[in-house]
Design a protein around this ligand. Structure first.
Ligand code: FAD
Length: 477
């Protein structure tokens, strides 16, 4: 949905094919992390961002169920963690997609894909029958069991599950019997939180292998038995709104892009849903791919621009998989792990310099590989938001200037203006150039920012600017 909304923003003729007739409220992701929120802010999705409060730039989170992890976001950025159901985001993005002219085909399944040199072809099945569409590009965001990924022969790393987990939104006969929050015993974990209207969302997680049939429907009795076993006492659940199974199965496609077909979100990567990172990773995939596709289709992309989607996002997904695997190990009920958990508890709660874990969970450590010759150390880093005043006295900010969706050349300081403007003139229809007053504290006099907020090039001198523009956006349009 988000990628469709982005394609719509760039005026690409886009169809979104979705099997479900409407958005499901079945609980799934509920946490969105700092870098995903910062990226959504730069693309103008303000309505899904949490409200700012005075002391909101630190949020307390957990690592492997050990609480006390302080995640901090820079000043002028959204709060670092948002609690927002996946369904709310999906509806908001769908509204944007529709308003921007995307054809949203709900109740429609993509059953087959094939590829010719210049197009990808999909067979669609709906209650009105079967038909075929052809497109310049297909982005498969069809979830963990992606049939497009399988049909296209994308290979993947696959790690079989070791954890078996059940989730339910249930009522308890006696509310006091479900401990709130993350609870570890010698047999596993329960994780419980209030779901409103007398319901509790409970997860029961065990580490003794997976059930014989991972697709078998969960029953209330099974969840009750499993949670009672973990807690070592009888729990009585009376009714359930939702029940599902999940595990720590992890997959990582070896390529996120194959010519005209890209994988996005869970279709490209899956992992144990610990620390709420799956949805945030998918959001960043979509925001990384959208502008690159637009430049490719419009003919304003440098060589291999689309390939950078694969390189950048696959590495980011690998890091997420690695940290969720580390968390899964730390969560094992085995007493052998107690000293290691104690060590991590100390590091998380008492070490002021816990930035490494917090940056990993929030993806604020994301840094993409530089692409220009003699690149500045800034290249590939995320330019944090800051207030700016343009040369003609208008107040603005990095976030505000990026919401147009165009690459941004920010110029500040005495040396930067006429030479940089002259060097970049040929790309004026592609890149938006803005001169700001020098007190903005920009790290260099000239910074070229990608539409997703990462630095494409930065330098005080203008000499290497045309080459950088060519690398990213092709020859002079
Ligand atoms: C219990 C649990 C808790 C989680 N908690 C969090 C959390 O707090 N934070 C977080 O970031 N992540 C969390 N996750 C992970 C998160 O839910 C996923 O990463 C996220 O759903 C991935 O989104 P997606 O759009 O890639 O795939 P999906 O949400 O699976 O969407 C795929 C869509 O494709 C459609 N589709 C499938 N096949 C076809 C087809 N052939 N034709 C047309 N349409 C098709 C489906 O109907 C579906 O709507 C959690 C996951 C679980 C299981």
């Amino acid at each position: 949905m988000l990628l469709a909304a982005e394609a719509g923003r760039y005026g690409l003729r886009t169809a979104l094919v979705e099997t479900a007739a409407s958005t499901s409220d079945q609980p799934k992701a509920n946490t969105v992390h700092a870098r995903a929120l910062q990226s959504l802010a730069r693309h103008g999705y303000r309505e899904v961002l949490p409200e700012h409060g005075a002391s909101d730039n630190t949020a307390m989170f957990h690592f492997a169920g050990i609480d006390g992890l302080a995640i901090t976001s820079p000043e002028h950025e959204p709060p670092p963690v948002a609690k927002c159901p996946q369904a709310v985001l999906e509806r908001a993005f769908e509204q944007h997609a529709r308003a921007r002219g995307v054809h949203v085909l709900r109740g429609c399944r993509a059953t087959q894909i094939s590829r010719t040199r210049d197009h990808a072809h999909l067979t669609l099945q709906s209650e009105r029958g079967s038909h075929r569409i052809s497109a310049d590009y297909v982005a498969a965001a069809d979830g963990a069991h992606s049939s497009i990924r399988e049909q296209m022969g994308f290979t993947k790393d696959f790690r079989a599950p070791r954890i078996s987990a059940l989730l339910g939104v249930v009522r308890f006969a006696d509310p006091a019997t479900a401990p709130a929050g993350w609870h570890r015993t010698r047999r596993g974990w329960t994780v419980a939180r209030d779901f409103g209207n007398g319901y509790t969302l409970i997860r029961a997680i065990t580490f003794a292998g997976t059930p014989p049939d991972r697709r078998a429907p969960v029953t209330l009795g099974e969840l009750q038995r499993e949670a009672s076993y973990i807690l070592g006492r009888d729990l009585k659940m009376t009714d359930a709104l939702h029940l599902r199974r999940f595990s720590d199965v992890s997959t990582l496609a070896h390529r996120f892009l194959d010519g005209r077909v890209a994988l996005v979100g869970d279709a490209a990567h899956t992992h144990f849903p610990i620390g709420g990172q799956g949805l945030s990773t998918g959001i960043q995939d979509a925001l990384n791919l959208g502008w690159k596709l637009a430049h490719c289709i419009r003919g304003t992309a440098g060589k291999d621009l689309l390939e950078t989607y694969d390189e950048e996002r696959r590495q980011a997904a690998q890091r997420v998989i690695d940290n969720t695997r580390a968390q899964a190990v730390l969560m094992r009920p085995d007493p052998e792990l107690d000293p290691l958990r104690d060590l991590f508890t100390g590091l998380i709660r008492h070490d002021k310099d816990q930035n490494h874990l917090a940056a990993a969970i929030s993806a604020q450590d994301t840094r993409y590989a530089p692409r220009t010759k003699g690149a500045s150390p800034l290249e590939g880093t995320f330019l944090s938001n800051r207030p700016l005043v343009t040369e003609d006295g208008r107040s603005t900010s990095v976030v505000e200037l990026l919401t147009e969706g165009r690459p941004l050349l920010l110029l500040s300081g005495p040396g930067a203006d006429s030479t940089h403007r002259a060097q970049s003139r040929a790309w004026n229809t592609v890149v938006r150039t803005v001169s700001v007053r020098p007190d903005a504290g920009l790290p260099q006099e000239a910074v070229l920012v990608r539409p997703d907020g990462y630095v494409a090039w930065a330098c005080d001198s203008a000499d290497s600017l045309p080459e950088a523009l060519r690398v990213w956006f092709g020859e002079e349009p």
